[in-house]
Design a protein. Structure first.
Length: 346
């Protein structure tokens, strides 16, 4: 009987749980499989490399925040930080090389020091980090300390900066642009996460902000095709967007492979969109790692920020799968969402 109950529970859990993304391939070097902090000493006189791993990782900017926190530790002790997202694949890794590398970190960011991972593992002294996001790590990367750390060791690859520059001069120049980052799909069912806005709330909010702050253009960034299509229809003349960014009605971005180098392209999409959002006059958003990255880029704090407060989903993952849909269907006096969402100007 106990076995049957356990089996039934696991089947129910599989059905209720939202899909979790996984890498396209497994750990490359089986000798590096330890999940705890590892120390390898080849020569006591040599300096130490501090190898940062995260597999399977999470969204691009979750990985970014994780790396910066580790680099801060490495810098403090004068170790040489190295990001290994080749032997330890993330959800963005492709089976083929991208711009000459199989290290997913280097798809998007360029490391300023040169090194060879194979040589480090074979001949050098190194620490290999564990695979957990420490409780001591900070999500608040909007500080000069984190900006200096990033600038010291990395830079965004030039090809993305060049694209952003051209896009800016073509679409943003001499305009008051409101960046809109709307999370949908998986965010609607994520336990203990901020509730995304409904379509009605979103349109009411944008109309209010346009009227109050005289925004002339709207730069829309969303992975949710329902939001995207309705915003294009509603704000035809003002809307700006990246044409080829992946959008869907479902939380299926990592389940399917609809285009060449799709995993890499998804990271590229959100990186370019975040770089562009950081160049807008205003930014309306639900708190996420994306908004944290935009604030990180906005070192002079010149953007007007509008943080959406639509409440939080349940911490119970089973209730969380249905609660947003319930609240979006029923009137506010039965616990549903209000037509106008709360916004905090920062």
């Amino acid at each position: 009987m106990k076995k049957y109950i356990k089996y039934s529970f696991n089947k129910l859990k599989k059905y209720i749980h939202t899909y979790e993304a996984s890498p396209l391939f497994e750990l490359k070097n089986k000798n590096l499989k330890s999940t705890s902090l590892s120390l390898n000493i080849k020569n006591k006189k040599k300096n130490f490399y501090y190898i940062i791993r995260r597999t399977p990782g999470a969204g691009l900017f979750s990985n970014f925040i994780y790396v910066l926190n580790h680099v801060k530790i490495a810098d403090k002790f004068n170790y040489k930080p190295v990001v290994d997202m080749e032997n330890f694949p993330t959800i963005y890794n492709e089976n083929v090389s991208i711009y000459g590398t199989k290290n997913a970190w280097n798809y998007y960011f360029q490391e300023k020091s040169k090194y060879h991972l194979k040589k480090i593992y074979k001949k050098e002294n190194y620490f290999l980090t564990n695979n957990a996001f420490s409780k001591n790590f900070s999500h608040n990367i909007d500080t000069d300390d984190f900006r200096k750390i990033f600038k010291k060791y990395f830079k965004v690859k030039k090809k993305y900066l060049d694209f952003v520059k051209k896009f800016y001069y073509k679409n943003f120049l001499n305009e008051k642009v409101l960046a809109i980052h709307l999370r949908g799909t998986s965010y609607k069912t994520s336990a203990n996460h901020p509730f995304p806005t409904t379509i009605k709330q979103s349109i009411n909010l944008i109309n209010d902000l346009k009227k109050k702050y005289n925004f002339t253009k709207l730069f829309l960034c969303t992975e949710d095709l329902a939001y995207f299509n309705l915003f294009r229809k509603k704000f035809q003349k003002e809307i700006i967007f990246i044409k080829n960014s992946y959008r869907s009605y479902k939380d299926d971005a990592f389940k399917i492979y609809p285009r060449k180098k799709h995993r890499y392209e998804m990271g590229k999409d959100i990186l370019i969109e975040a770089l562009l959002m950081s160049k807008c006059t205003g930014f309306v958003y639900t708190n996420s790692n994306v908004s944290d990255f935009v604030k990180f880029l906005d070192k002079k704090n010149i953007i007007k920020y509008f943080a959406i407060d639509n409440g939080f989903n349940s911490s119970n993952e089973y209730i969380a799968n249905w609660l947003w849909y319930y609240k979006s269907l029923v009137p506010s006096f039965l616990g549903g969402f209000k037509d106008k969402v709360n916004v905090k100007k920062i």
